[in-house]
Design a protein around this ligand. Sequence first.
Ligand code: URA
Length: 239
Amino acid sequence: FGRLNAAWPDSFSPLDRAEGAVCAARMTASPSSAALTVVDHPLVRHKLSIMRARHTPTAEFRRLLREIAVLLGYEATRDLSVTEYPLETPVAQTTGVRVAAPVFVPVLRAGLGLLDGMLDLLPEADVAHIGLYRDPETLKAVEYYFRAPADVAARRCIVVDPMLATGRSAVAALDRLKGRGAADLRFVCLLAAPEGLQRLRAAHPDVPIWTAAVDERLNEHSYIVPGLGDAGDRLFGTQ
Ligand code: URA
């Protein structure tokens, strides 16, 4: 994939948000911060454009999110650890490799839209669920559900949520996993706002992030602009 793989930016300017290449040139390196990867591939951009369009039907939106999840997941699992084992082909003995299955952590409910594509890639993975809603007064993320495998502290955890908007849910999900002892964490989203990236960076500088695009900004309702609207509503047909 053509992609941007850089240290965290200290800040984004409008130019940064337009093109991965521009963004790469403007990022300031910070050796202590984990990488941001924009999976800037023609197929991803093509599928994402259809998802952004106002009148794309629910079934197509859902299918495209699953397909992009495979492409993002492929990148985000590049450094999964593997173990070798002996195997026999019809022709000879050789050595196979087996990946260490991660735990996917969809943030309910829109995160479920990325989960199926991730599981297409890695059916052996386990799944932790975290349910968060935004308190309308404090705007804080409030947890209403959490269930994770008992050995989550020893596993690679890949948190998935399509929209990194304010970053509050992402931070809360990662806080929760760290509270259970998880230390090997990744975050995958479809769209990121600069505000969300900055909040996530400040709270969890150790967590690498993958996204299909970094958009311009948040609007006054905390929607990503240009974005695609409410990902959960578009995914489940509830708008
Ligand atoms: N959540 C969404 O679903 N869409 C946005 O634009 C921001 C947060």
